[in-house]
Design a protein. Structure first.
Length: 97
């Protein structure tokens, strides 16, 4: 299992709309092969900042299966227009906890 960490900045004053869009998008990503779970977080000091942690079976399930598959455009349609620039995405592994 790997964890995708995505940091997304909403356009100014679009935090509420981004939260709603990401909530709808979560239902889409949950249908992807290799998806295990996800937790979406919203900033306290910066209400337009979001941190998503998404568990996948493998990096390939995320990068090849999901991002290059038919669900990605549907996923992004719920919030992509609200982003201020591209998301910062990386993959990590859990070593404690």
């Amino acid at each position: 299992m790997i964890i995708e960490v995505a940091i997304i900045q909403a356009q100014p004053e679009q935090g509420d709309a981004m939260e709603a869009g990401l909530s709808r998008a979560r239902e889409v990503i949950a249908r992807a092969a290799g998806y295990r779970s996800s937790t979406f977080h919203r900033g306290i000091e910066d209400r337009d900042r979001f941190v998503l942690t998404i568990a996948w079976d493998s990096v390939a399930d995320h990068e090849e299966g999901f991002r290059k598959g038919p669900l990605f455009p549907e996923w992004r349609s719920h919030f992509g227009h609200l982003m201020k620039g591209p998301p910062d995405v990386s993959h990590v592994t859990v070593f404690a906890g």
